[in-house]
Design a binder for this molecule. Structure first.
Ligand code: AMP
Length: 227
């Protein structure tokens, strides 16, 4: 199906190492612009929890902080992006992570007459990522993200969005896996910054600032690239 140029859905990509704030910023952009956050990490965690064949294959790699095979991730992303709720546009959080994935995305978008509005690089210092990653938690009820130091739940232990008292920590959010995850990022994902620069869609944001300040900068970028 081809999508009219004036009405085609927005496609935003968030690039950055683990801990850069992609998930937090994607959720804020989702609320602000009515786009859907597509996190391949969330989709893979759901597949692991459901015990699907893809989840079974992905589990050990994820726990070790490596990258799940391109075939699995591309298939999961293709299925999800075809769903109805993505028709107004998507924010890709954690995808693509390799050049193979980036090319698969280009092909998918070309086949539906869509294009990438922006690939936004969240720029951070690696040295700050261990503290950011080891303190984070997620609400089991609504997926809102928290951090022990930078964004604690206001009343201590319940989600301020949905009220759930179940805040969970990811199995791979440990100081031990962070080094491997950063290494995977620099070896396999960081080259995408040049890839999208060459495609003319790269934007960069200083993501070392406070969450709300980064969100303000992100919103300015997004407004400037929407049709
Ligand atoms: P995230 O929630 O984005 O930090 O992803 C958690 C883990 O899921 C990563 O460390 C990888 O093992 C896996 N993963 C998520 N997205 C991808 C992707 N696009 N390609 C390969 N592996 C991925």
């Amino acid at each position: 199906m081809s999508v009219d140029v004036m009405t085609r859905p927005a496609v935003l990509i968030l690039l950055g190492p683990p801990g850069a704030g992609k998930g937090t910023q994607a959720r804020m952009l989702q609320d602000k612009f009515g786009l859907v956050q597509l996190s391949t990490g969330d989709l893979l965690r759901a597949a692991v929890a459901a015990g699907t064949p893809a989840g079974k294959q992905a589990k050990a790699v994820m726990e070790a902080g490596g990258l799940v095979s391109d075939d699995i991730v591309i298939a999961i992303l293709n299925d999800r992006i075809a769903e109805q709720d993505c028709r107004n546009g998507v924010i890709l959080d954690g995808f693509p992570r390799t050049t193979v994935q980036a090319k698969a995305l280009d092909e998918l978008l070309a086949s539906t007459g869509q294009r990438i509005n922006a690939a936004i690089s969240l720029q951070v210092d690696d040295s700050a990522m261990v503290e950011r990653i080891s303190g984070r938690s997620t609400c089991a009820g609504c997926g809102e993200g928290y951090h022990d130091t930078f964004k604690p739940p206001k009343d201590g232990n319940s989600c301020q969005k949905c009220g759930s008292t179940e805040l969970t920590r990811r199995a791979d959010d440990t100081a031990e896996t962070v080094a491997g995850r950063l290494e995977a990022y620099h070896a396999q994902t960081a080259p995408l910054i040049s890839y999208y620069d060459a495609a003319g869609v790269l934007q960069s944001v200083d993501a070392m600032a406070e969450i709300d300040q980064v969100a303000g900068e992100m919103a300015t970028v997004v407004k400037s690239v929407m049709n």
